[in-house]
Design a protein. Structure first.
Lengths: 242, 756
């Protein structure tokens, strides 16, 4: 089976000041379809930079990135943008909904961008919002929603195009425990349906939801291992977070 | 296609979120474009009615007035293709609705001539079947409110009254419009003219020459002067007629063009500032769009389309409005398509260029939404340090610091307010100049407000006596207007002899000095330019065959005849021209009512005096006031657009600081003061600079316009200190009020420590 994502000796060095600051130093990572990978590490360990590079939001200094068996690190910024439309969904810590647009429009936007007709985009938005229990908030402005609701909308938006890879950068970092639980339940649900997910977090309890845990320290992978599943099922585990 | 669909959603949502600002942008651009189109149309030759009138009437290029029917072969002159006339013409007074207007009654045959034939606009041309029929020139008919069929009473020099009936109203290109050009013109059959004015000696002969080449006017008219010598009374050419018809259009056009061009610069800046500010405020949204798959170019295009569309909508609205107004006022054919298209194209380009840079910068937003785009954290500005030194309240210090953290928008805001304020100051200066015309007519050469002509029953001396006896008359100056021929010039100039060299009429002399003895004269700028002379030069003119040699010792402000007027004392003129005086100019005592004195003089003389009130140039130019008000309104819109941008940007930059400020112990009121101070300082700076620059250029600009129009420099007035103070206070006050509303909301809001 082909890996969804493969990173080979990925390096990122920031050249802002006089002194080059290495953020990621030689990361090798392979993610199989349907895998749920949590990337953990302390602040400044380079985990956000890594995810941004994997999604093409940031350029790599050296190394290779392969997406669905095709090399992606050599792509131009515009080509990355076109690739993101169909293959990558992003969820950010601060939700990042387009403030001027309604919840419904926010969810429809990626579908429209990927070439769906307005009718199809609307159908997809309705099913996604229904699944996330947000149907009645479709016409609200993002600012009128709670943090948890906003993050659920952001998740719906990221999933609108059934991307091959969902990248989540601290998706629960700005939420209270109840909203964290809601968002994590959604993540695990989409994971069960076969969605490949890479999630950055510094919260061990959040990371424990994943199949596999990658620990990053000073820009290098220090640990990479599968999380042993208890037999009691996953839903209960989520509820335990409270 | 898919991007367009997604992009249009975003544009729609964004425009919905800032309806007010978008509307302001559209209106401001529309106003500027409308002003520019109006200006171009007014300045364009095509609006000058002369051109079409000349073509319609197959007009003559040169008109000459002689004492007797010219006996030389005028059509034998090189370059003359055909002649019109000679027609006999007699001066009469038209009594209409209690008013008496001077008119020239022109004898014309019942079959219109091939050259310079008046075009009948209403009614019919003269016909032998109706010997008492008269055809009146259209502007004269309008001024007298004459309709076809109305009676037309003329009083001949002998005092005899004749009642004619208006048979037609016609357009003519042989003289300018009434009342700018007097006397008014009316045509009758030759037999009728013989009845009204049997004395050949009291009439003159008018001949028109049509030339093969209009530019040969100068040569031909000099040839005429040489051939006719003493016979010739005066000559004028198509250039003077054309200039007379376009006078006000040019002035208005120049004013509009000045405001339009400077306004366009201001509008472009406002647009760039608004687009730039909006982009700064949306960096996170733009990053989000990129993370969703918009490319750099698509984001730039999206912004260009959004902000450019607003500008282009304004251009379109302005074009429609400008074209509509001009079509309504001057007729649908008056708007020349090429300049209008050039303006539309040019302004569209300016709009796109103005929003292009912010759009391009927006496209370069890094696609990582979580990186906060903090404003540049500058050190305290010098102003802020100064504020600290003098121990101002903390809100002021913080506000002062904030005002300049983003240098470019700060500059754009201040500059964007300075330009409208400068133009407003200039507008107020024009207003003040007009007020000055109206309040102090003596400063524009209109010391006398009534002109009295002795009627048929009175001797000149009686008229003088009646005028002098009136209790409100301060001074009586005898005067005569004659036409003089200048050597080497293709036209006559007006010589105004008034007062005497020892007791001169108080002209408003702005350069040199007043004439003090016989043989000295003062002149308007137009005359100096026409003859190419300067103060101190001697000029030789011919008045009805008699040479008039004078030395020009000063320049007057001269609102009549485009400044082509030479003023002398009555004693400088030959006795045959000066005695008896043609009229008496009456200067009234301060506070006297013009109409009241006129009524009294009429009653005193048993209606036999002809009393005319001087027409103040300000009355004729009152349309300028309307234009100024409209332009100031457009400039205000531009200023407001800038302000909204500035305060939105200020709020965005400080949303994060608000919580910190509150945590530090600033009350909501102090927070509000900080925010308002940030914008307010730029406002005060911009308004102050704008007003100062405006004040320093306004008199110069008006004088420049006065110089080119022939009136002459020396008329420009700066707005009064009080007016300017009110304007500045209003501008700053409005600006602060506009900045206050969002600041108040922000200060009151429960500010969470939000991210950006």
């Amino acid at each position: 089976m082909n890996a969804v994502l493969k990173a080979v000796n990925l390096v990122k060095i920031y050249q802002d000041g006089a002194v080059p600051v290495p953020a990621v130093r030689g990361v090798d990572l392979q993610v199989e379809p349907g895998e749920f990978v949590a990337i953990m590490g302390p602040s400044g360990s380079g985990k956000s930079t890594l995810v941004h590079m994997l999604g093409g939001l940031d350029t790599r200094t050296s190394g290779e990135i392969w997406l669905d068996g095709k090399r992606a690190d050599t792509l131009s910024e515009s080509a990355w943008a076109l690739l993101r439309r169909k293959k990558i969904g992003f969820v950010f810590q601060f939700f990042n909904l387009v403030t001027n647009m309604t919840v419904g429009d926010n969810v429809e936007l990626p579908a429209l961008l990927a070439g769906a007709s307005p009718k199809v985009a609307r159908e997809r938005r309705e099913s996604l919002l229904a699944a996330l229990n947000l149907t009645d908030r479709a016409d609200a402005a993002p600012a009128q929603l709670s943090g948890g609701e906003q993050q659920r909308v952001a998740l719906a938006r990221a999933l609108a195009n059934q991307p091959s890879l969902l990248l989540a950068d601290e998706p629960t970092g700005n939420l209270d425990s109840r909203n964290t639980r809601d968002v994590l339940r959604l993540l695990s649900e989409v994971h069960k349906e076969g969605q490949t997910i890479i999630m950055v977090t510094h919260d061990a309890r959040v990371a424990s939801l994943a199949d596999r845990l990658v620990s990053l320290f000073d820009g290098e992978i220090v640990d990479d291992g599968r999380i042993a599943r208890r037999r009691t099922g996953t839903a209960g585990e989520v509820i335990d977070l409270r | 296609m898919s991007t367009a669909l997604a992009g249009s959603r975003w544009i729609k949502a964004d425009l919905r979120a800032r309806k007010g600002q978008a509307a302001l942008t559209v209106l401001a651009v529309a106003g500027i474009v409308a002003a520019l189109i109006t200006a171009a149309t007014l300045l364009e030759d095509g609006t000058n009615p002369w051109r079409s009138l000349f073509a319609q009437t197959d007009g003559a290029h040169v008109w000459l007035y002689t004492k007797n029917s010219p006996r030389v072969a005028l059509n034998g002159i090189d370059g003359v293709t055909r002649t019109a006339g000679p027609y006999r013409s007699a001066p009469v007074t038209v009594a209409q609705g209690g008013k008496k207007e001077p008119a020239a009654l022109r004898a014309m045959p019942a079959t219109p001539p091939t050259v310079a034939h008046p075009v009948v606009a209403e009614g019919k041309w003269l016909d032998v079947a109706q010997p008492d029929g008269v055809v009146v020139e259209r502007t004269f008919a309008t001024a007298l409110r004459l309709r076809v069929g109305a009676s037309f009473t003329v009083i001949a020099l002998s005092g005899e009254r004749h009642t004619l009936y208006v048979r037609g109203i016609a357009d003519s290109a042989e003289q300018g419009f009434y009342p700018q050009w007097t006397p008014g013109l009316a045509y009758v059959l030759p037999a009728m003219l013989d009845r009204v004015e049997p004395m050949l000696g009291r009439s003159e002969w008018v001949t028109g020459l049509r030339l093969a080449d209009p530019d040969a006017t100068q040569v031909v008219s000099q040839r005429v002067v040489v051939m006719l010598e003493d016979e010739l009374q005066r000559v004028y050419t198509w250039r003077e007629v054309r200039a007379a018809m376009e006078l006000d259009n040019r002035l208005l056009g120049t004013l509009l063009a000045l405001f339009g061009v400077v306004g366009l610069v201001a509008a472009a800046l406002a647009l760039a500032n608004a687009a730039g500010g909006r982009v700064l405020g949306q960096l996170r949204d733009l990053a989000t769009l990129k993370s969703m798959g918009f490319t750099k170019g698509q984001i730039a295009l999206l912004l260009l389309v959004e902000h450019g569309a607003l500008g282009l909508l304004g251009v379109a609205l302005g074009a429609v409005a400008g074209w509509g107004v001009m079509a309504l006022v001057l007729g649908a054919t008056s708007v020349a398509p090429i300049p209008v298209l050039a303006i539309i194209g040019g302004t569209a380009l300016v709009v796109l260029a103005a929003v292009g840079l912010p759009a391009w910068r927006g496209g370069r937003t890094p696609p990582i939404p979580d990186v906060p785009s903090a404003p540049p954290r500058g050190h305290l500005s010098r102003l802020a340090r100064l504020a600290l030194l003098v121990r101002l309240p903390p809100a002021l210090v913080l506000g002062t610091r904030d005002a300049f953290t983003r240098r470019v928008p700060a500059f754009l805001t201040a500059f964007g307010l300075a330009v409208p304020m400068m133009m407003t100051t200039i507008g107020l200066g024009v207003w003040a100049t007009l007020d000055d015309f109206a309040d102090h007519p003596e400063q524009v050469g209109q010391h006398a407000s009534l002109y009295v002509r002795p009627g048929k029953l009175l001797e000149a001396a009686d008229a003088k006596r009646i005028a002098e006896q009136d209790r409100d008359v301060a001074a009586v100056y005898p005067g005569t207007d004659v036409n003089a021929l200048a050597p080497g010039e293709a036209r006559s100039v007006r010589v105004r002899a008034i007062g005497s060299s020892t007791a001169p009429y108080p002209f408003s002399v702005v350069e040199g000095r007043m004439y003090g003895r016989q043989g000295e004269a003062v002149a308007g700028q137009g005359l100096l330019d026409l003859l190419g002379v300067k103060i101190g030069d001697r000029v030789r003119l011919t008045v009805g065959g008699t040479p008039l040699i004078v030395r020009i010792v000063g320049r007057t402000v001269e609102p009549d005849q485009d400044g082509v007027v030479l003023s002398v004392g009555l004693d400088s003129l030959a006795a045959k021209d000066a005695v008896p005086p043609e009229f008496y100019a009456l200067a009234l005592k301060p506070g006297a009512d013009q109409a009241e004195v006129r009524g009294r003089l009429m009653a005193e003389s048993a209606e036999s005096l002809d009393v005319q009130a001087a027409v103040n140039p300000a009355d004729r130019l009152s349309i300028i006031r309307v234009v100024i008000v409209a332009l100031i309104a457009v400039l205000t819109l531009i200023g407001l657009a800038n302000l909204l941008t500035a305060s939105a940007l200020g709020l965005r930059d400080h949303a994060f600081d608000l919580a910190v400020l509150k945590a530090m112990g600033l009350t909501p009121r102090q927070v509000m003061a900080t925010l308002v101070m940030g914008t307010g300082l730029l406002v005060v700076l911009g308004v102050g600079v704008g007003a100062a620059v405006g004040m320093s250029v306004v008199t110069g600009l008006i004088d420049l316009q006065g110089h080119t129009s022939g009136v002459g420099a020396g008329i420009g007035r700066a707005p009064s200190a009080l007016t300017l103070a009110i304007a500045v206070v209003t501008a700053v006050g409005t600006a602060l009020a506009v900045a206050l509303i969002p600041a108040r909301r922000a200060a009151r809001a429960q500010v969470p420590v939000t991210s950006r």
